[in-house]
Design a protein around this ligand. Sequence first.
Ligand SMILES: [Zn+2]
Length: 210
Amino acid sequence: MFIGHFGIAFILSYFFPSIPLWVFLTAVSFPDLLWPILVLIGKEKVIVNKNNPFMSDVKFESYPYSHSLMLSSLFYCISAAIFSIILENILIFPLFLVGTASHWFLDYLYHMHDMPVKGFGKDKKVGLSMWKNGPVAFFIELIFYLITAILFLPSRFVLSAIEMGLIFHLANSNSFFGYIKKNSLGGYKTNAIMVFVGYFLFIVLGGILT
Ligand SMILES: [Zn+2]
């Protein structure tokens, strides 16, 4: 999942308007900002088939540090504390953790059975595999994003949020529809870099536009 995560940031910013939106955008993205770095330094493993564009075919072999429910949450306590201290707002600590936890639960809906629960020891891997039906997954994610943007963002930001969401989601659409039979992101390294760049760009643009 990509733009769908930002829907949770819109909801959080609605209930806590004193905290800048970019903080929530960062929190919900955090696992996917950390994951590319861990993949590139060899701490987490993914296998990307260059001849298959679908997300359901990407094999997340190991990602306990960035994408487990328990171990990752422990690490995210550190990032939540850092954000909370730098921005001098104690409320950011629990809200940042809500954002990172929401990432796990939304990924759980979309990922195949590869999401670690504990992240250590004898672990259970879960995932509801919604990526198996690419077109349905595409529209559910888009609709969720649009509804949260319309309902929870201040009206003056809604149009730019919709435009941004559409652009980013369409840029990612081949992984749902597979109209180009090659994986447009290439191998696992370019895949990891593009994921990082995608989230980073959205956070920066979202922060500027709102
Ligand atoms: Zn993720």
